[in-house]
Design a protein around this ligand. Structure first.
Ligand code: NDP
Ligand code: 8X3
Length: 249
């Protein structure tokens, strides 16, 4: 039986790779994001029977509900929800950070993710489906300038574990995937379009790719139904941990 997956942030990076991985294997895919032209290209590539494009700003709860209510009949039975849309903005320390950027990260990475999950839970329970939340290593390992971004991802990880607990006995699976350094549009967005900064960060690092994470989501979604991956932390071999800092008087 053909299954259906909803992927938020399908216009770029991890999300676009996840859309391609599942659509290419015959799943029905609902792809969301603000950039409608990119979603339309995916529909052109795979066909409207395979991909449904839903262009909206995920922070707009009314637009989100409208998009879900407008799903064509063939796309309504959602088996897998991938909460991937998200962003980091800025790398300034908290005392110099832009409050508007903090709010945008919280609205996108936390509030929108929780709102969409809440809206789709009845369907996912009915389908004995799965939720895959894209968190980050920043949820666990703090770094200077990571402040609110890391905190939003800590929410994503802990919310995933809480959902696991609440959904006990429903058959719904919940996974938090926590990637490290990955080359997508993430750093371009974080630096407001500084291509040189993005290129410098990833140069020579053999970072994670969108396809790597798509493969992880595919694996999680295709495990035997009695298995649940709670958390999956993924780093490139080139990345590891650094020490604590000490301010001396
Ligand atoms: P990209 O910038 O390439 O993709 C982000 C996606 O999120 C885009 O499709 C974008 O769509 C969507 N998005 C952002 N804001 C909104 C919004 N307001 N409304 C709708 N969609 C939105 O980055 P990544 O692929 O790297 O990021 C995907 C997820 O992975 C994020 O949650 C990120 O925090 C996480 N992550 C990234 C890592 C990395 O190093 N790259 C590592 C660990 C986690 P559009 O702009 O079209 O709206
Ligand atoms: C993105 C990974 O380490 O740049 O979530 O914050 S990191």
């Amino acid at each position: 039986m053909t299954q259906t997956i909803l992927v938020t942030g399908g216009t770029s990076g991890f999300g676009a790779a996840i859309v391609r991985r599942f659509a290419g294997a015959g799943w029905r895919v609902i792809a969301t994001g603000r950039r409608g032209e990119r979603l339309r290209s995916l529909v052109d590539e795979f066909g409207a029977d395979r991909i449904h494009a839903a262009a909206f700003d995920i922070r707009d709860a009314d637009a989100m509900v409208q998009a879900i209510e407008a799903l064509p009949s063939g796309f309504r039975d959602i088996d897998v929800l991938v909460n991937n849309a998200g962003l980091a903005l800025g790398t300034a320390p908290a005392q110099r950070a832009d409050l508007a950027q903090w709010r945008q990260m919280i609205d996108t990475n936390i509030t929108a993710l929780a709102t969409l999950t809440h809206r789709l839970l009845p369907t996912l329970i009915e389908r004995r489906g799965a939720i895959v939340n894209i968190s980050s290593i920043a949820a666990t390992y703090p770094y200077s300038g990571g402040n609110v971004y890391g905190a939003t991802k800590a929410f994503v990880t802990q919310f995933s574990l809480g959902l696991r607990s609440d959904l006990h006995g429903t058959g719904v699976r919940v996974t938090s995937i926590e990637p490290g350094l990955a080359e997508t549009e993430f750093t371009l967005v974080r630096t407001r379009g500084d291509q040189a900064a993005s290129d410098t960060l990833y140069a020579g690092a053999q970072p994670i790719t969108g396809e790597d994470i798509a493969e992880s989501v595919w694996w999680v979604a295709h495990l035997p139904v009695h298995l649940n991956i709670n958390r999956l932390e993924v780093m490139p071999v080139s990345q590891s941990f650094a020490g604590f800092q000490i301010a001396r008087t």
